[in-house]
Design a protein around this ligand. Structure first.
Ligand SMILES: *[C@@H]1O[C@H](CO)[C@@H](O)[C@H](O)[C@H]1NC(C)=O
Ligand SMILES: *[C@@H]1O[C@H](CO)[C@@H](O)[C@H](O)[C@H]1NC(C)=O
Ligand SMILES: *[C@@H]1O[C@H](CO)[C@@H](O)[C@H](O)[C@H]1NC(C)=O
Ligand SMILES: *[C@@H]1O[C@H](CO)[C@@H](O)[C@H](O)[C@H]1NC(C)=O
Ligand SMILES: *[C@@H]1O[C@H](CO)[C@@H](O)[C@H](O)[C@H]1NC(C)=O
Length: 231
């Protein structure tokens, strides 16, 4: 799944190079890519500010641009004359002081790469952001599967679900260990994460992505009163 995403992400590059790209090369490209471009995760409807490095200054006759695909969102000359593209009127605020761009009310079609470009004798990209729009996650549903295996050590089998995804864990008053269900990628994955753990005397199922989270809880004391009393 993740591998497929990486490969499809780079398929444009592959095609333009006209070469077959082996998966290991795709991985290598991922690392190179990450070195110069950052992902910024934004909840739909929110505003986002994109900065350039501190102390950036334009030299004589240079033009600075924030670019999205083929549109120059904003242009700024070395004399700080600023022009905002009509498409972005009322949607952006540009700071001449530090060249940052505030993009308001992010929608689906705002996703993609934003570059800060300086044109002088040559054109140079000084920074790139990959804007990733995410929706607010849905609350998960946490259920106790059966209490027949709740014994003296208080092992509670629980399942946490969101739509078609579920995780099955065995929890006691201190910790949970996953016993089944879909295993998830790293926390940096853009796929929402479903994790089950114990905190503050409750079993917690946390459904999260980079911009939001929602939980469902069960109090341990209700599941195994005697064990909780003694500990
Ligand atoms: C750039 O300027 C804007 C507006 O003055 C400010 O909100 C933002 O925090 C500044 N960014 C940095 C990195 O200083
Ligand atoms: C994004 O879609 C909205 C309508 O949903 C449209 O008004 C806007 O111009 C589009 N923006 C871009 C950059 O395509
Ligand atoms: C086990 O579950 C049944 C019904 O679901 C409930 O009546 C009973 O009290 C539970 N037992 C314990 C020890 O939680
Ligand atoms: C309680 O159940 C767990 C797994 O269901 C098992 O590993 C453990 O040994 C059991 N403890 C006792 C005291 O029966
Ligand atoms: C749920 O997970 C998110 C992301 O990992 C975290 O920021 C948040 O604090 C967690 N919430 C609870 C109640 O544990």
């Amino acid at each position: 799944m993740l591998n497929a995403t990486i490969i499809s992400y780079f398929s444009d590059i592959c095609q333009s190079m006209g070469t077959f790209l082996h998966f290991t090369i795709a991985i290598l490209l991922t690392f190179i890519h990450q070195a110069e471009s950052r992902s910024v995760f934004v909840l739909k409807g929110q505003d986002v500010r994109q900065d350039v490095q501190e102390n950036f200054k334009l030299k004589e006759l240079e033009v600075f641009k924030w670019r999205f695909r083929s549109t120059n969102i904003v242009r700024c000359t070395d004399t700080l004359t600023v022009r905002v593209s009509p498409e972005y009127n009322n949607r952006v605020e540009f700071s001449e002081g530090n060249f940052s761009l505030l993009l308001k009310n992010i929608q689906q079609n705002d996703s993609g790469p934003y570059t800060a470009v300086v044109s002088g004798d040559k054109e140079k990209t000084i920074i790139e952001y990959l804007l990733v729009l995410q929706e607010r996650v849905e609350p998960p549903v946490l259920t106790v599967d059966s209490n027949s295996t709740i014994n003296d050590t208080c092992n509670v089998p629980v399942t946490c679900r969101v739509q078609i995804t579920s995780v099955t864990s065995s929890c006691n008053s201190r910790t949970c260990s996953q016993v089944g269900g879909e295993s998830r990628g790293a926390e940096t994955s853009t796929v929402p994460l479903l994790s089950v753990y114990v905190a503050g005397g409750s079993i917690i199922c946390n459904h999260s992505n980079q911009v939001s989270w929602a939980i469902a809880t069960k109090e341990i004391v209700e599941l195994c009163p005697m064990k909780s009393d003694s500990s």
